[in-house]
Write a protein that binds this ligand. Structure first.
Ligand code: NAP
Length: 492
């Protein structure tokens, strides 16, 4: 697959121009080299993008939903027609495997198609009146929305925000993560070619502290939709509180996976491997805390270790690769610090815990899939998000014990349950604090199913039909039907 990087231009309110801010460098961490250095956006570029968005949004917001939907359908088709290129750019930007980035691009096309359909099929409400009037609840766009996304699955995170926000009639100012600026600019090209009116979308690569902060604090931004780490999310929530601005936060996780003695072992092992080691563990919903019932703990963990050792660590463009390079050398160092901490805390490394030895991988930021045992749920290794291919395993006694341990964590994003007792699965699904629970499967997604976290994993839900409403405000309208003056006035 032969593709090349484009010019050093960013997308400011429908215009391609050189950013006036600090340079942003995209790395191909799998090979330890630079892809391209972009001139990032400056705060002046943010101001210009906002001015262009303010000028363009009212006409877009006034369009009938089916007319907006037409443009979104074309964006969906544009993404679908460019899957190869998007996958290549995203794999170069994030070192994810091509298999995965193709799937992410396909899902982004589906997200635009879905929200186009939601926009043209969402009804306003006539509510039940309590007098001689009609009452209605209608939905209007918020205006200008800032979308701030992380580096781990940019095309999918971008689509999850840009599609519903545009469908709802808003203009969107998208700030991608500094480590993965390129694929969001591809999305801008496609939106432009699809005929999205100028000004409605900006893509502003730049540092979170400067460009992200300028967006969040700007008076004209009516909402921030954020996906990223909990510490950043908390800072954004403070800034949003100052402005009394709605904010939706999709944050981190330390999700429990629970294996009962009656599980289908092969099914469980395959699901656990996929849940923690796909995307090299750089996934908010990674099943990173594994609880195995004590009666099968030893045998199950031995088989899991064997299966983990058989995973193929390799180059993202190699179709055989299951575990690719981490996104950036600095991120690998952060993961390595956690493995060192696990050792200090008394953990035993059952497999992995090192950089791979293969000569071909020495220039990249690879890390071998790692399983750690011997810690309890209170250890920092078991409480904090590592965001790498690192799994901690712990035994549990019974349902009550595993619910208590599973819930004993500040995050509440996801949970996996492996058991053939379906009633028990549903009981635990009800008792565990998590935005999403997978039963005898893991890391499956549908755009029609809401997604989000509880506790330190965030506020709000994306996806699903209600995902559109997150980008609208409700207005209530009362209209008199009587034609009679109000009796209180005694007039005329
Ligand atoms: P991050 O450091 O929080 O950054 C996320 C985004 O916020 C980036 O675009 C970043 O810009 C920007 N940012 C940083 N500081 C900011 C500030 N003061 N004001 C405004 N924007 C700011 O997270 P990350 O390391 O990119 O991503 C990994 C995290 O995302 C993990 O914790 C993961 O669990 C979470 N995540 C959650 C979900 C979910 O749906 N729940 C999905 C994917 C990832 P810079 O890149 O320039 O710093």
């Amino acid at each position: 697959m032969e593709h090349t990087f484009r010019d050093d231009l960013i997308f400011v309110g429908g215009h391609w121009q050189k950013g006036r801010g600090a340079p942003i460098t995209s790395h191909f961490a799998a090979e330890g080299r630079v892809n391209i250095t972009l001139s990032g956006a400056s705060t002046e570029d943010v101001e210009l993008a906002i001015a262009r968005a303010r000028a363009a949004q009212p006409a877009w917001g006034a369009l009938k939903p089916h007319d907006r939907a037409t443009v979104l359908y074309r964006i969906s088709e544009g993404i679908a027609a460019n899957i190869d290129r998007i996958a290549w750019v995203q794999s170069r930007d994030t070192s994810k495997t091509l298999t995965e980035t193709r799937a992410l691009a396909t899902s982004a096309a589906g997200t635009f198609r879905y929200f186009a359909a939601v926009a043209e099929t969402s009804d306003d409400l006539l509510t039940v009146p309590r007098g001689d009037y009609t009452t209605a609840s209608i939905h209007e766009p918020l205006g200008l929305v800032a979308a701030i996304t992380p580096w781990n699955s940019p095309i999918a995170s971008d689509a999850q925000k840009v599609a519903p926000a545009l469908a709802a009639g808003n203009a969107v100012l998208l700030k991608p993560a500094s480590w993965s600026p390129l694929v969001s600019l591809e999305l801008a090209r496609i939106a432009e070619e699809a005929g999205l009116p100028q000004g409605l979308l900006s893509v502003l690569p730049g540092s979170g502290r400067e460009v992200g902060n300028a967006l969040v604090e700007h008076h004209d931004i009516a909402k921030v939709s954020f996906t990223g780490g909990t510490a950043t999310g908390r800072r954004l929530a403070h800034a949003a509180a100052e402005k009394l601005m709605p904010v939706s936060l999709e944050l981190g996780g330390k999700s429990p996976t629970i294996v009962f003695e009656d599980c289908d072992t092969d099914l469980a092992i395959a699901g656990i491997l996929f849940g923690i080691f796909s995307s090299s563990g750089q996934s908010c919903i990674a099943g990173s805390r594994l609880f195995v019932q004590r009666s099968i703990y030893k045998a199950f963990v031995a088989r899991l270790v064997e299966a983990t050792r058989a995973l193929v660590v390799g180059h993202p463009f190699d179709a055989e690769t299951q575990v690719s390079s981490l996104v950036h050398p600095e991120h690998r160092e952060a993961v390595e610090r956690y493995v060192a901490l696990a050792r200090e805390e008394g953990g035993t490394i059952l497999c992995g815990g090192t950089r791979p030895e293969a000569a071909a991988l020495q220039e990249g930021s690879y890390f071998t899939p790692t399983i750690i045992a011997g810690l309890d749920n209170t250890a920092r290794t078991c409480r904090e998000e590592i965001f790498g291919p690192v799994l901690v395993v712990m035994p549990f006694e019974d349902e009550a014990d595993v619910i208590a341990q599973g819930n004993d964590n500040d995050y509440g994003l996801a949970c996996g349950i492996w058991s053939t007792d379906h009633r028990r699965c549903r009981r635990i699904a009800g008792a565990i604090r998590a935005g999403t629970v997978w039963i005898n499967t893991y890391k499956q997604f549908s755009i029609s199913t809401p997604f989000g976290g509880d506790g330190e994993s965030g506020i709000g839900r994306e996806k699903g039909r209600s995902g559109l409403r997150a980008y609208q405000r409700q207005k209530s309208i009362y209209e008199d039907m009587s034609g009679r003056p109000h009796p209180w006035a005694r007039w005329p």
